[in-house]
Design a protein around this ligand. Structure first.
Ligand code: URA
Length: 437
């Protein structure tokens, strides 16, 4: 069938057969279908959705485009990973990976860079002086064997078709499609060769799926797809109405993750991390007593064991392990500007989307896929939803490279913050748990 006929069938709502779709994707992979036809196809999928069978074929084709690791049959500890659908101030992976390794699981973690208004784990890790995220698969496996966790950026050896499709989606307004998102995420996780996957599906203003009901559909589709590919999966829907924790920006977030690994830091970061860690353990130790698992994990944060594991990871991947005891080793921005409350009252809104955009504008994120990030800049939130503040009280600190960029971040904060006479109702931090059980 001609590519344009197949695109027309998808445009008109027909279901493609396994053979048609697989053939089309293979032709694209081989360079026989041009980007413009693939772009039209992706838009047809965005508008018309995919059947479960089509989704499975797309996912399998992406997996088969690269190498597939297998940590399930080598006799080592169970291998697990976590994926977040993207948020603002989300530094959970930096705490979770060493915590789970300390618990005795293996965590082969491949993460992304920041996209849009959201931050990415790779950018945060790279704000640690010397830390290398570009390991090849042999080195990745060696670090994993030594430390119990390894954290790298996406490698072209795993699911290379996803890299090409994602780059096209990014510039053709076809990112926010549930089947395209699910195939992209799950193919990479299946190819990692893990036994279980925990998904942190965000809902609220700073999430890609703002609408809670849509976020539930995304969570259900992700879990169903992972399970159908043989990876045990659980999703937690967690709030992203305001940033997670009190910092947004790469080095600032590493400092906060280190505080959490010291058993300190903001309560919401600790809660989301422990909830996801607990689900990861229960996915591979079915029937383990939930409270006991939680309390073991919490004590590994409180007594410094998870922190020591993080220091080992940092050192093994070329970073300066001094960052765990000496935050001065991390980059610092030359300008610090406080932003003050214009009124007396309660903070009723700390809009995660606006704060994410403010951080990107400061240089903490990138405007184009290939842009550079500034590790030092970002925003510290001194007051968050529900806090009582007085007029003139410092509400946030902007860490900036220049006075100009600090001033434009201050204007954004004016949009992000809302104030009122009564405290707001908070959406549940960990709202729902989705499994196939
Ligand atoms: N993250 C991914 O890896 N893929 C998507 O499509 C969206 C978010």
């Amino acid at each position: 069938m001609l590519a344009q006929e197949l695109i027309a069938r998808k445009r008109d709502g027909a279901e493609l057969t396994d053979e048609e779709l697989r053939g089309f994707l293979a032709e694209y992979g081989a360079g026989h279908v041009p980007d413009y036809q693939m772009s039209a196809f992706l838009m047809a999928v965005l508008l018309n959705d995919m059947s479960a069978a089509e989704l499975a074929t797309l996912t399998r084709s992406i997996i088969d485009s690269g190498r597939r690791l297998d940590f399930r049959s080598d006799g080592g500890p169970p291998a697990v990973d976590k994926h977040s659908t993207g948020g603002v101030g989300d530094k959970v992976s930096l705490v979770l990976a060493p915590l789970l390794a300390e618990y005795g699981l293996r965590v082969p973690m491949m993460s992304g860079r920041g996209l849009g208004h959201t931050g990415g784990t790779v950018d945060k890790l790279e704000s640690i002086p010397g830390f290398r995220t570009a390991l090849d698969l042999d080195e990745f496996q060696a670090v994993l064997a030594d430390v119990g966790c390894a954290m790298i950026r996406q490698t072209p050896e795993i699911a290379p078709l996803d890299g090409r499709l994602y780059a096209l989606r990014d510039v053709t307004a076809t990112v926010p499609s549930i089947p395209l998102i699910c195939a992209s995420i799950i193919s990479k996780k299946v190819a990692e060769g893990i036994e279980a996957l925990v998904l942190d599906v965000k809902y609220g203003s700073g999430a890609f799926m703002r609408d809670p009901d849509q976020a539930v559909v995304l969570a259900e589709t992700l879990v169903g797809l992972a399970e159908s590919e043989g990876v045990r999966a659980t999703a937690l829907l967690t709030a992203m109405e305001q940033p997670l924790g009190e910092t947004v920006g790469n080095a600032l977030e590493v400092r906060e993750a280190v505080a959490c690994l010291h058993g300190e830091g903001p309560a919401d970061l600790r809660e989301v991390t422990l909830a996801l860690a607990e689900e990861s353990v229960l996915a591979v130790e079915r029937g383990a007593p939930r409270e006991e698992v939680r309390s073991d994990l919490a004590s590994m944060l409180d007594d410094g064991r998870a922190l020591a594991r993080f220091a080992r990871l940092v050192e093994r991947q070329g970073g300066d392990p001094a960052v765990v005891s000496n935050p001065e080793a991390l980059a610092d921005a030359p300008i610090r500007a406080t932003w003050e409350s214009p009124v007396d009252g309660y903070v009723t809104c700390t809009d995660a989307y606006e704060i994410g955009v403010a951080a990107v504008e400061l240089g903490a994120g990138r405007r184009r896929l290939e842009g550079e990030v500034d590790p030092a800049v970002g925003i510290e939130l001194l007051a968050r939803r529900g806090d009582r503040i007085e007029r003139g009280e410092a509400v946030a600190v902007i860490h900036a490279r220049s006075e100009n960029s600090a001033a434009s971040a201050a204007r954004r904060l004016g949009k992000a913050y809302g104030f009122g006479d009564v405290p707001p109702e908070d959406p549940p931090l960990v709202w729902k748990r989705v499994t196939t059980d």
